[in-house]
Design a protein around this ligand. Structure first.
Ligand code: HEM
Length: 504
């Protein structure tokens, strides 16, 4: 009996202490009331982007920095682009690590990989990955993208002819994962749009399962005392990342046995070559989580952006027509400069927008940027953890070690102080570069997105050629597709379908 009473008192005092600590420490920052154990998570649970926006008007420091508790984790969300620059660009050493949670531990094989890497591991291995991207000579990224774009367009022509509607979600997921697989492992899934075969299907299922797992908020990431139970659970039941890791290990071993060290076939070969140049240290243990993250980061973000772009084009038929005209003109003028005698381009070349057309398509370029502003696929950035305390605001605000920092990209991109009519689609605002200082869809500072150029090339080639080939229409004439977002691993629209009408 007395043990039970002691237990009840202990829990009671823990709750009181936890409540007082969360709400009365770090008082220079304001934020919503934090409850014992869960902190502010209940406050944030629905439509987080909108809650953030409301909070930024309600709380202190002019709403530039707001304090939340993610269970036990002190979290500062940054809502102002100048503050973001001050924090991220002036304090690179303090912000070069990610949050060390159980899930980043498992996905990153003890904080390896790149997205999940800690401060000790990050710089050296990120440099190796960068060299592997730039050091490849055999196959260019643009040829992988062009090849896959042609496959998708052929499939879309079939869909249109057979009178079916087109589903952007599943098709773009397949499209961007096929590009990554081709570029990284020289493996493309044939007939991916029609339905992959059994072995290839396993790869797709493994990727989907991992996305679903990452989309769930894992309370264990923030409640310290649950960690041992979580790791015990994984030991018994396995982790959703295991099936994909197994497949990637197989690809790695195959590459490792057949590699020609003077001739990289793909990024995986390049990585092996770069690791062997420095003595092969941590080769396998680093390459598997890296490859895992490239698939995750490269598929989901691009396919969300493509979905938002299609949705925006369907809802803004006037802009879709203007962009189509701009793209057709760019294609015509590129080929009118080639004479019949010196024309070595293939028929496909003549009908395809390429990276070399970029300067001739300013409105399309601006529309892509505007879509990433309105619907940033990573709306809160990828959290970083402060690994040494620092001060900002002329020393008046101290950011303590161990704090989790979140960039609220969604709110800063819709901030009236920096954007005129922020909720409207106005691509013209990006026709000059007056906004480049306020715009960071790919993150900011030392751990910014390594795949930015990669992603911009993929989005440019794929989406320009879709617009060039098809008029994108709503299923019901003159209707609009709902643009309320839902949260998952990235920021997506509610799933929708569209009608296609082939252009001449
Ligand atoms: C629309 C597409 C994409 C968006 C919006 C995006 C956005 C981001 C953001 C916001 C971060 C966090 C940066 C920070 O902490 O400041 C990030 C990190 C990262 N992204 Fe992307 N990303 C995209 C596509 C890609 C692609 C295609 C790849 C790879 C092929 C990729 C690989 C990575 C990696 C490896 C990191 C971690 C970098 C590090 O921690 O050092 N991303 N991305």
């Amino acid at each position: 009996m007395s043990i039970i009473i002691i237990l009840i008192f202990t829990i009671f005092f823990y709750f009181v202490f936890d409540f007082l600590y969360k709400n009365f420490s770090n008082r220079q920052f304001k934020g919503p009331l934090a409850l014992p154990l869960v902190g502010s998570l209940l406050h944030l649970k629905d439509d987080t982007h909108l809650v953030f926006q409301k909070d930024s008007k309600l709380y202190g420091n002019d709403g530039k920095i707001i304090k939340y508790w993610f269970c036990d984790k002190l979290t500062l969300a940054i809502f102002d682009v100048n503050t973001m620059r001050e924090i991220y660009l002036k304090n690179p050493e303090s912000l070069n690590t990610r949050v060390k949670s159980p899930s980043t531990n498992v996905i990153g094989n003890r904080f390896r990989g790149i997205v999940t890497a800690d401060e000790n591991y990050w710089q050296f291995h990120r440099d190796i990955l960068m060299k592997s991207f730039t050091g490849r000579k055999v196959k260019s990224l643009s040829s992988s993208i062009e090849k896959e774009t042609n496959h998708l367009i052929s499939y879309m022509k079939f869909i249109e002819k057979s009178g079916q509607s087109f589903s952007p979600r599943s098709n773009f997921m397949n499209f961007y994962s096929n590009i990554i697989f081709d570029y990284v492992f020289s493996r493309r899934i044939e007939n991916i749009y029609e339905g992959a075969n059994e072995e290839q299907g396993k790869v797709l299922i493994a990727i989907r399962e991992l996305f679903d797992y990452l989309a769930d908020t894992l309370i264990v990431n923030y409640l310290m005392f649950t960690k041992p139970f979580y790791f015990l659970y994984l030991k018994i039941f396995g982790h959703p990342a295991d099936p994909l890791k197994k497949i990637l290990t197989k690809y790695y071993l195959e590459h490792s046995e057949t590699i020609d060290l003077n001739n990289a076939r793909d990024v995986l070969d390049s990585l092996i070559i770069e690791y062997r140049k420095v003595g092969g240290k941590e080769e396998e243990s680093s390459i598997i989580p890296m490859a895992n993250e490239l698939i995750l980061a490269g598929t989901e973000t691009n396919s969300s952006t493509a979905e938002w772009f299609i949705l925006t084009m369907v809802n803004h038929q006037d802009y879709q027509e203007k962009i189509y005209n701009e793209l057709s003109l760019a294609l015509k003028s590129a080929h009118s400069t080639t004479t019949a005698d010196d024309d070595s381009s293939t028929t496909t070349d003549k009908h395809m927008i390429k990276l070399s057309n970029r300067n001739q398509t300013p409105l399309f370029n601006a529309a892509l940027k505007e879509v990433l502003r309105l619907y940033p696929p990573v709306p809160f950035g990828v959290p970083r953890e402060v690994n040494q305390s620092f001060e900002i605001n002329g020393g008046s605000l101290k950011i303590p070690k161990g704090t989790q920092i979140i960039q609220s990209l969604y709110s800063t991109f819709r901030d009236k102080n920096y954007w005129d009519s922020p909720d409207e689609f106005k691509p013209e605002r990006f026709l000059d570069d007056s906004h480049s200082n306020n715009y960071y869809p790919y993150g900011i500072g030392v751990r910014n997105c390594i795949g930015m150029g990669f992603s911009q090339d993929e989005l440019y080639i794929s989406l320009s050629n879709l617009i060039l080939n098809f008029k994108l229409l709503p299923l019901v004439e003159n209707s609009k597709i709902c643009d309320s977002p839902i949260f998952g691993f990235s920021f997506k629209p509610v799933e929708f379908k569209i009608s296609l009408k082939q252009r001449n």
